[in-house]
Ligand binder design. Structure first.
Ligand code: CP
Length: 313
């Protein structure tokens, strides 16, 4: 059966650990693994803006010995010019895998159903699983390995209904972490995703909490994360976002409520003075540029792991 990474819980706890440990090893031996030698191609498609994701998947596919076939979604117009199903079958005949940044999760699910090759979610409106794998690798580096993740507390501040909050819930629970989402009333996570995270946490020994108290979300946390207040495609006005999320800004005073050893994550791009202050993102607890680099290593591991299971690696 062809495996995909469409949402964070497509990897069970043991599989997530395998991917993270592979990423760790591949970071140490950056040019030593070539499952795409040939070169075989990976279609990397963007319906939305990107810097880090295009950079890291393009370089990552090259480092795996393959050819990254970057497709501009504005030209391809998937689902408009032709159906997702036809597109999936065309690409699946030529590429070893498909990486797609798109809008609704249903689009990437349909691609995966029809492609015949592994499909990787490079961000949808609902999830950003590659980012959270990179984040977990970054946290693991601060705790001497992947085995250090279970039991850690991650406090997230900001929009609880966006893709990063959802992926922290699922990916963090899978890692056995205690995930707290600090978000204003009316921006809570999708209840179905929250319920999935609760089910996973009950198995892994983690936990999930949603609170409208930003101090409670970060109190004693080992990791403090935030994200833009206005996600891609969100039409929310800047002044509306400030009124809604201002109390959830990650500034030095808020960070002081976390554990003294806490590290700060932000998936970038950051809007300094909005969701995070310059002082915090440039401060000694910030690991955001390790996090950005770790997209490369985490995604190379995901592709390698999926290709091995597709009988392609
Ligand atoms: N964090 C992230 O996905 O960055 P880009 O939007 O620049 O790809």
């Amino acid at each position: 059966m062809v495996r995909h990474l469409l949402r964070d819980d497509d990897l069970n706890p043991a599989e997530q650990r395998q991917v993270l440990e592979l990423a760790w090893r591949m970071k140490e031996d950056r040019f030593g693994v070539h499952p795409l030698a040939g070169p075989r191609s990976v279609a990397v498609i963007f319906d939305k803006p990107t810097l880090r994701t295009q950079l890291s998947f393009t370089l990552g596919v090259v480092e795996l010995g393959g050819y990254p076939m970057v497709v501009d979604g504005n030209l391809a117009q998937i689902g408009v010019r032709e159906s997702i199903a036809d597109t999936a079958r065309v690409i699946g005949r030529q590429a070893a895998a498909i990486v797609w940044r798109t809008y609704d999760q249903s689009r990437i699910e349909e691609m995966a159903q029809r492609s015949g090759v592994p499909v990787v979610n490079a961000l949808t409106d609902q999830f950003h699983p590659c980012q959270v794998l990179a984040d977990l690798l970054t946290v693991a580096e601060q705790h001497d390995g992947v085995e250090g993740l279970p039991g850690l507390t991650l406090g997230y501040l900001g929009d609880g209904a966006n893709n990063m909050a959802h992926s922290y819930l699922l990916g963090g629970a899978t890692a056995g972490m205690h995930v707290r989402i600090g978000t204003p009333a009316g921006r809570q996570p999708d209840p179905a995703i929250l319920a999935d995270a609760q089910r996973i946490a009950a198995v892994t020994g983690g936990s999930v909490l949603v609170t409208d108290d930003p101090a409670a979300a970060v109190a004693g946390a080992d990791v403090v994360a935030t994200d833009t207040w206005v996600s891609m495609g969100d039409q929310r006005a800047a002044d509306e976002a400030e009124a809604l999320f201002g109390p959830f800004r990650l500034d030095a005073a808020r960070l002081a409520g976390a554990a003294p050893h806490a590290v700060v994550l932000h998936c970038l791009p950051a809007y300094r003075g909005k969701e995070i202050t310059d002082e915090v993102i440039e401060g000694p607890q910030s690991v955001v540029f390790d996090e950005a680099e770790n997209r490369l290593h985490a995604q190379k591991a995901v592709l390698t792991w999926l290709l091995e299971r597709a009988g392609e690696g």
